[in-house]
Design a protein around this ligand. Structure first.
Ligand code: SAM
Length: 354
């Protein structure tokens, strides 16, 4: 008898039942919406493989994953640069290349982040994880800067010590120990990417960085940003990358730069690895004819280490691929074919024991 009572009551009170269902629905809606909120927070942190697996679990997660993929392919820079740098692929189904973004060089450390959010519709322009590892740590606070605080920032904003034309091998800029501020005209490489670029897929070379507007000769294009490694660590990674390359399609972006000091008796060696953490420069391919970019080591006053920067070595047309020479040495037995297509192509990519 008692067990039947509720059903009698329900049949007499249809509205009450309706309200109970509404309450359930409200509860369901609330838990569904917090599920989506969580998914939208968590999914942008996933690697492409994790995202693909998650998207198989239900329609809603499939939809969220799809919109994350679209956002990722619309801007390789994860909004860290002033302009979006999209991926364009008419060759295969890979929508984007996966790596962590840093707009400036960072010291390599075991504390480097393993993950970075990418593809969230509420991305902020703040480099959320770069700051603790970023430019601050590479600064050497001390004297030696200019004292032109009174001139910079007013009038045309040009610093009287401007001397960067971008086509010399080593140049100096104002920096942390100068009296001028971030608007100073002698800091043109310190404000990130300011030319329109895109990353286009090529059947033979993989991803290629291309101009998306005319870039006049001498214009700063971008810095080569990545993890700064010790030489021992660079050698270790080089070996690891060679092994990975043997196993299939893998591109490394470890660049070794040697600067002969004025005495010619010593050489400064910079090992910059943009393979796992880097910026758009990691997509610049090699050309045996030297390409259309010149590399310049830029020193800024008060900074511990120079930065490797790319400038247009001639007027670059919209759509043209941006390239430079990786070097002239081809010594190693594990060589890769070069597809630069220039008339002076050696047939193999430069390689040397590091
Ligand atoms: C710094 S990455 C450049 C971006 C690379 N294409 C990608 O898809 O990520 C260097 C790698 O790109 C490829 N690459 C660069 N220049 C090339 C060229 N001229 N011909 C063939 N492959 C090239 C090689 O696999 C090389 O190890």
């Amino acid at each position: 008898m008692q067990l039947q009572q509720p059903s009698l009551e329900r049949s007499r009170e249809p509205n009450k039942r309706h309200h109970q269902e509404e309450n359930h629905k409200d509860g369901d809606n609330a838990s569904q919406s917090s599920f989506f909120d969580c998914a939208e927070l968590v999914l942008p942190w996933l690697t492409p493989l994790e995202l693909a697996n998650t998207s198989l679990t239900c329609k809603s997660l499939h939809r969220i994953s799809k919109s994350i993929t679209t956002l990722r392919s619309s801007d390789a820079s994860r909004t860290f640069e002033n302009l979006p740098i999209p991926f364009l692929n008419s060759i295969d189904t890979q929508p984007y290349a996966f790596f962590l973004y840093t707009p400036a060089q960072i010291p390599s450390s075991s504390a480097s982040p393993q993950r970075q959010s990418w593809g969230s519709s509420s991305s902020s322009h703040e480099p959320n994880w770069v700051a603790p590892f970023g430019a601050e740590m590479l600064r050497l606070v001390g004297g030696g800067g200019c004292g032109c605080r009174d001139y910079c920032g007013d009038g045309d904003g040009r610093c009287p010590c401007s001397r960067l034309h971008g086509l010399e091998d080593v140049v100096s800029e104002c920096g942390p120990s100068c009296g001028c501020g971030s608007e100073c005209g002698n800091r043109s490489t310190q404000r990130g990417v300011s030319v329109k670029m895109k990353i286009v897929r090529d059947e033979k070379k993989g991803w290629c960085l291309c101009a998306d507007e005319l870039i006049p000769r001498g214009r700063f294009v971008c810095e080569y940003a990545g993890e700064l490694l010790t030489t021992n660590e660079a050698r270790r990674r080089h070996q690891k990358y060679d092994e990975l390359a043997l196993g299939g399609r893998f591109s490394s972006a470890l660049l070794v730069v040697r600067e002969h000091l004025p005495s010619r008796k010593a050489c400064l060696r910079l090992n910059i690895d943009a393979t796992r953490i880097g910026n758009v420069a990691r997509f610049i391919n090699h050309s045996c004819d030297g390409g259309n970019l010149s590399t310049v080591l830029v020193r800024s006053s008060g900074a511990l280490l120079p930065h490797l920067c790319f400038f247009a070595s001639n007027d670059i047309k919209e759509g043209e691929e941006l390239t430079f020479s990786y070097g002239g040495v081809r010594l190693r037995s594990k060589r890769s074919r070069c597809f630069c297509g220039s008339s002076s192509c050696f047939g193999w990519l430069p390689s040397e024991q590091t």
